[in-house]
Design a binder for this molecule. Structure first.
Ligand code: NAP
Length: 317
């Protein structure tokens, strides 16, 4: 087989991808991990992970991902910093095209995860990196002593708001409803934080500022009364959820209407035999590091079974 041929190619390097790699490598399948544009995935832009079992004191997200990678490499995983741009699952071996090379594979494990959603405003796009961010961990320190807004009412928004209070003078959570979606513990923490305030039933209509001044304010719309008002702020952190990274699989793998990759319940199998899915790209419900890791294990075990069956049919009796 060609030099760039692998029994298992894993696309993505979050908890799902690394766990698939650990299992595939320990099964002697010498997998290749194509890391993608955000090696380590979403955990690399978070701080303390307090709910990953085995770390009673908590662990920093990036450190946890380094440990996953080290464990995968220890058993012979090859890791390449490369981003996949196209795939061909219509013939075997499968082809995976990336920026730096083209790879062929007997099985492919899709672990491409999900990315932060944006509100969709022109002004949001214009001021990204100039006061607009989706990552408090990455950018929070730039807002020391300032007043900022966090948009959203889920766990991510509460986590971002709490984290930002380490730097900011005040954090205002702007949420489109009058109750939060976040878990009770995260809500309680946010409500108890004296630096966090809430504006309910409200959407951001426009973010005001320029690349020179940064964000100077927002136009807020009260969704119950329709009233629009100006609100001064120096930063906007958007924390309104995620979308699956399935763009390159459109028309090639079966997706749910919301874009998430379809897998057969209780397995990691997609509609193409030999292609498996795991982690957040398949999961719009739980979206936890531990569930991603669990399904990464499933994907590797399913791939191993598939390869065994393939070899059994290829061996002359
Ligand atoms: P989420 O639970 O889907 O929450 C998204 C929030 O953004 C919701 O409050 C939603 O409002 C709001 N929203 C969505 N689209 C919007 C728009 N266009 N404009 C304004 N607001 C909008 O997403 P998440 O907070 O990222 O959490 C995702 C998953 O990860 C959850 O399962 C969560 O438990 C988990 N998570 C856990 C932790 C932790 O335990 N430490 C931390 C982060 C995330 P509505 O409420 O009105 O729909």
């Amino acid at each position: 087989m060609a030099e760039n041929h692998y029994k298992v190619v894993i696309i993505g390097s979050g908890p799902a991808g690394w766990t698939a790699a650990i299992y595939a490598a320990r099964a002697n399948l010498s997998p290749l991990v194509l890391q993608g544009t955000q090696p380590g995935g979403q955990l690399t832009i978070t701080t303390d992970v307090e709910n990953f079992p085995g770390f009673p004191e908590g662990i920093m997200g990036p450190e946890l991902m380094e440990k996953f990678q080290a464990q995968a490499e220890r058993f012979g995983t090859k890791v390449v910093y490369d981003t996949v741009t196209d795939v061909d699952f219509s013939k075997r071996p499968f082809t995976v095209v990336a920026d730096e090379g083209t790879y062929t594979a007997d099985t492919v494990i899709v672990a491409t995860g999900a990315s932060a959603k944006w509100i969709g405003l022109e002004s949001e796009k214009k001021l990204m990196g100039h006061g607009v961010s989706s990552c408090a961990t990455c950018d929070g320190a730039f807002f020391r002593g300032k007043e900022v807004i966090v948009v959203g009412g889920g766990d991510t928004a509460m986590e971002e708001a709490n984290f930002l209070t380490r730097f900011c003078a005040k954090v205002v959570v702007v949420h489109r409803r009058d109750s939060l979606r976040a878990s009770k513990i995260m809500q309680d923490r946010a409500f108890a934080n004296p630096k966090i305030e809430f504006i309910w039933d409200t959407a951001i209509e426009e973010i005001v500022g320029s690349k020179e001044t940064g964000v100077t304010g927002v136009k807020l719309k009260n969704l119950k009364t329709g009233e629009v008002s100006d609100f001064a702020t120096q930063g906007v952190f958007v924390a309104i959820g995620h979308q699956p990274n399935t763009g390159i699989f459109e028309g090639k793998l079966e997706l749910h209407p919301n874009g998430y990759l379809k897998v057969k319940p209780g397995t990691a199998s997609t509609n193409v035999e030999g292609v498996f899915g795991c982690g957040d790209v398949t999961d719009h419900h739980y979206r936890q590091a531990i569930t991603a890791a669990g399904t990464g294990c499933m994907a590797a075990m399913d791939a191993e079974k598939y390869l065994e069956a393939l070899e059994a049919t290829a061996t002359p009796v």
